[in-house]
Design a protein. Structure first.
Lengths: 275, 256
């Protein structure tokens, strides 16, 4: 009798209570229009503040004035000059730094000799803020494009190399064993198993290195350049032309967003196999 | 082609994992290796296929593998080891690409093995969309694609739930009846061992030694209908292993 499950429960008087819900939550998601709305409200308040004299035009110009400055810049043709040279420096510096970083990171991940020889070196130079090396690069490569590109290259190279070797280290060893057990060649194992396996880490490294590259681009252009978004911002600042300054900062935001978007596209292309 | 293991000893540093293993894997038979966890059975399998080198002793191939065989000693892994970025078809293609095979023939081989494992309609699917059982089917198809002389299976069903593994066991039996492949099948599951093995090798706990080799002469096709005999064999195996398993379970693991 006492073995019967539920025997006691049913014999008692029924006292019914709803079980309290205590799950859910901790799963934030974006709500459609909230983001753009925040932007719009902020800009409207700012515009209103400037027009009513609540914000001094010397400290912060109205957004409409910044926009006007941007349009003037575009009409004069200087916009293209500044943006194109900045993008060129960024692309050349980042691409060459990334390629070098890939090669070195891959060899650190694959060969004992490279690991013992290069890893301490990379680890030692990585924490140096690369902008501190700019004066040295100016002496080596001149005040022209060379020193700016070298700074960006250096700044990109180290985080990339470290991300790549970390990614290679984290490739599932079982997959590599599998490749060996089927008699795949060394090249095949590297090209078809290790590189795709390290791709998530490589791409998140690219995200980091791209933002470092933009910081270094602006810094290098501020130290010595005639054209470029950084030079434009610096000049505007020294002339107290805050409207132009804001316009330049907005350009930098657009540049950063574009780079992030491109990397997002690359991630979607290379990592479509992930959930 | 037979395989012969001669006086195999294996150490990891100070730790002795295998001791004096002598074993024959005759052509056309499935040899099951069972033993308590940590007894070195997976290590033994890696030694057999040349993924690791024994500290002492030799693994010999007796006779040459069939000419058609692209990879005579082929593994099936517990964790399937499929590349998540390649489709079912791409995963099988991977092991053919390094052999000088034309695209047409490669496609034909892929179609053939997918047919044999009943996966044809999943050809273009990525592994993450497949269940565990289906993933292991893909791994089996991949192994069949290289025409192996010996299949080395490392707990192939251990990552699957019991229903899926029962289904897959039937599939493996069916495949064996058709192809009569040679296999070394490592498992910790006694009922799998008595279902699949022509020979069951029992290893002791670490360092692994062969405790007994049991032959089961019931044909594979009749195993489903002779459950009683199998249960007897299984109980006999368990009696042999019980104390070893208990001692292995109580062993501390931070030896390294």
């Amino acid at each position: 009798m006492s073995d019967e499950p539920g025997y006691r429960l049913h014999s008692q008087k029924e006292d019914k209570q709803l079980v309290r819900f205590r799950g859910g939550g901790f799963a934030p998601r974006s709500i459609g229009l909230v983001g753009p709305l925040v932007f719009a409200v902020l800009i409207l308040v700012w515009e209103w503040g400037s027009r009513s004299g609540w914000i001094s035009p010397l400290v912060l110009p109205a957004p409409s004035e910044a926009l006007t400055a941007l349009v003037e810049l575009a009409v004069s043709g200087d916009l293209w000059k500044h943006v194109s040279i900045s993008v060129m420096r960024l692309v050349v510096g980042w691409t060459s730094g990334t390629i070098l970083g890939l090669l070195v990171g891959l060899s650190i991940g694959l060969f004992s000799l490279a690991r013992s020889g290069l890893l301490p070196l990379v680890s030692a130079v990585f924490p140096i803020p690369k902008i501190a090396l700019l004066p040295l690069f100016v002496i080596w490569f001149g005040i022209g494009e060379g020193s700016k590109i070298a700074t960006i290259l250096f700044g990109t190279f180290f985080p990339t190399a470290i991300a790549v070797y970390g990614g290679v280290d984290n490739v599932d060893r079982n997959l590599i064993r599998m490749g060996q057990s089927f008699g795949l060649s060394w090249i095949s194992i590297v090209w078809k198993i290790i590189i795709p396996g390290a791709m998530p880490a490589i791409l998140s490294g690219a995200r980091v290195s791209a933002s470092i590259a933009i910081v270094l681009l602006v810094a290098a252009e501020m130290i010595g350049a005639e054209f470029g978004i950084g030079a434009y911002v610096l000049l505007a600042g020294s002339l107290m032309a805050t409207d132009q300054l804001i316009a330049g900062v907005a350009l930098l935001s657009i540049l950063g967003l574009t780079v992030a978007w491109l990397i997002g596209r690359a991630e979607r292309y290379f990592l479509n196999w992930r959930t | 082609m037979d395989l012969r293991l001669k006086r195999i000893f294996h150490h990891y540093g100070e730790l002795e994992v295998l001791q004096d293993i002598d074993l024959d894997i005759p052509q056309g038979q499935i040899v099951c290796i069972i033993g308590p966890s940590g007894c070195g059975k997976s290590t033994l399998l890696r030694l057999i296929g040349g993924l690791e080198q024994p500290t002492k002793g030799k693994v010999l191939q007796i006779g040459s593998p069939p000419k058609m065989s692209l990879n005579p000693l082929t593994y099936i892994f517990q964790d399937f080891a499929l590349l998540p970025w390649r489709t079912v078809e791409g995963n099988i293609s991977l092991v053919l690409e390094d052999h000088n095979i034309g695209r047409r023939r490669r496609d034909k081989i892929i179609t053939n093995v997918l047919e044999r494992t009943r996966l044809l309609e999943f050809r273009k699917i990525l592994p993450r969309q497949l269940s565990g059982g289906m993933k292991q089917r893909v791994a089996i198809a991949r192994a069949l694609a290289v025409d192996p002389a010996v299949l080395l299976m490392d707990e192939p069903l251990s990552a699957l739930d019991s229903q899926t593994s029962a289904l897959l066991m039937d599939d493996l039996t069916e495949l064996w009846m058709r192809d009569r492949f040679t296999a070394c099948y490592v498992t910790h599951n006694l009922s799998e061992a008595v279902r699949m093995g022509h020979k069951v090798v029992i290893l002791s706990r670490r360092p692994g030694k062969i405790v007994e080799v049991m032959d089961i002469d019931i044909p594979l096709s009749d195993r489903n209908s002779s459950l009683e005999q199998l249960t007897d064999k299984q109980r006999y195996l368990w009696d042999l292993m019980r104390d070893e398993a208990l001692a292995a379970d109580q062993e501390l693991t931070d030896v390294r």
